[in-house]
Design a protein around this ligand. Structure first.
Ligand code: HEM
Length: 406
């Protein structure tokens, strides 16, 4: 990430694709690599068409994803196909309560997030006052284990460490040997937590939700655990944005001042700050699809098996958008984002993230709690100035904030 930020990788990639679109037309751009056909949609309309066409003809279960995710979630919805995909998708939507802004576990989520952020602030204040990524992430993982598996999983760092090792192996995709012994141990440990079915945790909701025959309920959980990492990154970047943008920080404070933060609250402006963090720096910059049959594009056709690479920053940071490189939560509240096909922080179409509403609840609750009695100062604030275009790549590992009582 540090190297990517120094080399401005995302700015260069966006400029390259924008230049190719100007030179060759709206595309999609097609290329062959390692004997395989790939297509890069260059317009928001084409990207939306591909995302709307999931899972047929544009399947989210691409070869690369199947090879990578096989390591730790072979039965996850993202790599499933056919009828099994439909059943697993429905199960995920039911447990995660997709399209419900306050999950039925919201009271427990709020309690957990406030306790864990409170402990973090207590510890840093007693120490040097600094919140870096390591501290923030450690706090986050404790909260996530409680939210997903229940309070008794809070300190099971071994489970998270096993998942991290399986994910590292997954990153090597086809090149990595299968870590079956490690996967077995991870699954056994995970099932022990799920068997407790703690009410208030997702594990409780999982046990209560009827599953169709093609669904392995426990097999969906590794994705949830690892996907919460993206939420940590997004929340930490949003905190850095708020620490450098006083107008938006004041808005959050105005919103939270009139809410009872010990109860689940909608906090629309705070949620919009989180959405801006994902728009500016998407945690899934590439949305991948693979066509299951020949597809027609203009006067031509692309063969079955074509890999489609949708590069979200190309659209989120399109220079023709007046807010492209600015922190503008308002666009998520005034209808601008809703009417702009180009914005897809949680993807779009039938494979859109079913965890979106839960993520926005957890992250907005965390931001509200972190700002309730503290203000935060970013070390090297020059990187995120309101009067300058925001960088296209932001290394969250390098962010450091000083927490000061407010
Ligand atoms: C800020 C945090 C998150 C972001 C930005 C995010 C974003 C995304 C995106 C972009 C996709 C679609 C990928 C594609 O189209 O190929 C996706 C899929 C998915 N996400 Fe999330 N996600 C987040 C957190 C979560 C969490 C916490 C959960 C579960 C608790 C979750 C559950 C899922 C699932 C199950 C899928 C697969 C959906 C399918 O294939 O039908 N996500 N997410």
């Amino acid at each position: 990430m540090a190297l990517a930020e120094r080399c401005a990788v995302d700015r260069r990639a966006t400029a390259l694709l924008t230049g190719l679109r100007e030179r060759h037309g709206p595309g999609p751009l097609t290329l062959d690599a390692a004997g395989r056909a790939f297509a890069v949609p260059l317009t928001a309309e084409d990207a939306a068409r591909v995302l709307a066409g999931a899972p047929d003809p544009y399947s989210p279960a691409t070869r690369e994803k199947r090879a990578a995710l096989e390591q730790f979630q072979p039965h996850g919805v993202l790599v499933s196909q056919g009828g099994a995909r439909d059943e697993r998708r429905a199960f995920n939507e039911a447990v995660l309560e997709y399209r419900t802004r306050l999950h039925s576990s919201a009271p427990a989520v709020v309690r957990t997030v406030r306790e864990e952020t409170g402990k973090l602030l207590g510890a840093v204040t007693a120490d040097d006052g600094e919140i870096d990524w390591r501290r923030f992430h450690t706090m986050w993982n404790r909260a996530v284990r409680r939210i997903v598996l229940g309070d008794a999983a809070r300190d099971d760092t071994a489970l998270t460490a096993m998942l991290d090792r399986l994910r590292s192996a997954g990153n090597w995709s086809f090149a990595a040997p299968r870590r079956t012994a490690l996967r077995d141990r991870f699954e056994r440990r995970l099932r022990a937590h799920l068997d407790r079915a703690e009410p208030g945790a997702l594990a409780g909701a999982l046990a209560r939700t009827p599953a169709a025959p093609g669904v392995d309920p426990a097999g969906q959980v590794p994705h949830w655990l690892f996907a919460f990492d993206a939420a940590a990154i997004v929340a930490f970047r949003a905190l850095a944005l708020l620490s450098t943008h006083s107008r938006q920080e004041d808005q959050v404070r105005a919103e939270t001042a009139v809410a009872d933060l010990t109860e689940p609250s909608l906090l629309p402006y705070t949620r919009a700050c989180v959405l801006e963090s994902v728009r500016l720096w998407p945690t899934t910059p590439f949305l991948l699809r693979e066509s299951v049959r020949e597809t027609r594009w203009g006067s031509g056709a692309l063969p079955a098996g074509t890999g489609f690479l949708i590069y979200a920053p190309l659209f989120h940071r399109d220079g023709s958008l007046p807010y492209a490189d600015r922190f503008t939560p308002e666009i998520w509240l005034d209808g601008t984002a809703r009417d702009t096909e180009a914005l897809m922080p949680f993807s779009a179409g039938p494979a859109r993230c079913p965890g979106e509403d839960l993520v926005l609840l957890v992250t907005s609750t965390a931001l509200a709690a972190l700002l309730e009695r503290h203000r935060h100062l970013l070390e090297r604030p020059a990187r995120l100035r309101p009067d300058r275009p925001l960088p296209h790549t932001l290394d969250h590992f390098a962010l450091r904030l000083a927490a000061l009582p407010h």
